[in-house]
Design a protein around this ligand. Structure first.
Ligand SMILES: [Zn+2]
Length: 209
């Protein structure tokens, strides 16, 4: 009882204390500086430069929409097709850049639009949406497009599919078949160190001329 009374006294004192601070007035800039300090400290804790990663690019400028493959990815795709052809393997590029709307349509497959699930990514969640991924398949001499990972069309004792993957990796692609959760065997991407979150926040890999 006595303790409660004391606590009550303290509690009643507090508004007075806060009011005194308010009367003295904490300058607005000091509050802003404290906030900025907190943001920088949080960024340092994550070991990133605050203006490099924590502040989205679109705070400063309009991010132009991605409408095609990144030139480095496009060049990688062309080299992949050419180098595979030298081994007697015909690579078909079945997909490259995909708009967010196209991605959403793909996401609905197997989730209401019938068929089976083909992606775990909604619009804006796939590297295809930023022009950083391609999908491939193989074409047989008869002209049939196949996704057979054991097919050995050039007869060298190695699966053509994995030969293509090996070339792709040498060219700098990461392979969706290496993913832990959702294996995406036709999928190749170059992320340039950018996470999907970075890309959603408006960060883009530089385009060199
Ligand atoms: Zn893909």
């Amino acid at each position: 009882m006595n303790t409660n009374n004391q606590a009550g006294v303290v509690a009643r004192k507090r508004p007075g204390t806060r009011a005194a601070v308010a009367r003295r007035g904490m300058p607005g800039w000091a509050a802003l500086a404290a906030l900025a300090g907190f943001v920088v400290a949080a960024a340092v804790a994550q070991n990133v430069h605050p203006l490099q990663r924590n502040v989205p690019l679109d705070w400063f400028k309009e991010v132009p929409p991605v409408t095609g493959l990144h030139p480095v990815v496009a060049a990688g795709r062309d080299k992949l097709v050419a180098q595979a052809a030298k081994l007697g393997i015909q690579v078909v590029i079945t997909d490259g850049f995909r708009s967010s709307q196209e991605q959403d349509a793909l996401y609905r497959k197997g989730r209401g639009d019938g068929g089976t699930i083909v992606t775990k990514a909604k619009g804006g969640e796939s590297y295809h949406n930023y022009g950083l991924a391609i999908d491939f398949a193989l074409r047989t001499p008869a002209g049939k497009v196949i996704w057979d990972m054991k097919y050995d069309g050039n007869g060298n004792g190695r699966a053509d599919w994995l030969e293509v993957v090996a070339i792709a990796k040498k060219l700098g692609f990461a392979w969706g078949g290496d993913w832990k959760s959702f294996k995406d065997y036709p999928h190749l991407q170059m992320d340039f160190g950018y996470s999907i979150r970075d890309l959603q926040n408006g960060w883009r890999p530089p385009v060199q001329g």
